[in-house]
Design a protein around this ligand. Structure first.
Ligand code: ADP
Ligand code: TYD
Length: 209
């Protein structure tokens, strides 16, 4: 009998909204329930994709045009899909990814000119899959920006676009969640890490049935 496919879960939201914290906790929660979970992230999640990541998250905010960014993020995503996501799901493992295609829809598709239809066409040709469940961590960008910049990670190219950009992103993620209600759940990320983790695992438990 073919092995059941794993569950494909993405976490999305603005910079500093707690995605990586919650992705880690969700993978631990799945493992504690006896499931085999792979924790991964975008841009990155495979050796080649991590090399592309460095081109994207370091350097001047105007280093790339939005169109070039779409192609670079999609190249990284294709590598991530081929090398990490698809093999894991086919082996029956769950995949928890910190960002996936919704980030391109919002960051490149909705903030600097209307490039959404280009994003959708490239996604359809080169990627063509969606997560089973997307958790959108929603919070005030002002607080999230302070959390993010406080990290001093050297990967602040997108944070450096500033507060109005993050406000557009927040609205973009909420609109997207409204557009894909079957797979998206909006989580109030202004709370404590424990409260958010409970809401996240509750949404996943509901999906697992
Ligand atoms: P993201 O992956 O969305 O950028 P992180 O999980 O890296 O977010 O969190 C950004 C910063 O905020 C980190 O320093 C993290 O420790 C802190 N943080 C995460 N969740 C919370 C929370 N619920 N309340 C306060 N600080 C948090
Ligand atoms: P990430 O490491 O998730 O940053 P953070 O922890 O600050 O949320 O992602 C790096 C940056 O890349 C982030 O600012 C969002 C941006 N990004 C896009 O613009 N498009 C995309 O498709 C993806 C996956 C990320």
């Amino acid at each position: 009998m073919p092995q059941a496919k794993g569950l494909f879960i993405s976490l999305e939201g603005i910079d500093g909204s707690g995605k990586s914290t919650q992705a880690r906790r969700l993978a631990d929660w799945l493992r504690a329930r006896g499931r085999d979970a792979v924790l991964t992230r975008e841009p990155g999640g495979a050796p080649g994709a991590e090399e592309i990541r460095r081109l994207l998250v370091e350097g001047d905010p105007d280093r790339w045009s939005p169109e070039t960014e779409i192609l670079l993020f999609t190249a990284a995503r294709r590598d991530h899909l081929e090398r990490t996501i698809r093999p894991a799901l086919e082996a029956g493992r769950d995949v928890v990814t910190d960002r996936f295609a919704d980030s391109t829809r919002v960051y490149q598709g909705a903030t600097r000119g209307d490039l959404r239809s280009l994003v959708d066409r490239i996604h359809a040709e080169a990627i063509g899959v969606e997560p089973d469940l997307t958790l959108v961590l929603d919070m005030d960008p002002e607080v999230a920006l302070q959390r993010g910049l406080a990290r001093q990670s050297g990967e602040d190219r997108f944070e450096e676009f500033g507060l109005p950009f993050q406000q557009k992103l927040r609205a973009g993620f909420l609109a997207l969640a409204g557009y894909y209600p079957d797979r998206c759940v909006v989580i109030d990320a202004s709370r404590s890490p424990d409260e958010i983790a409970e809401a996240v695992s509750g949404a996943v438990a509901h999906r697992l049935g």
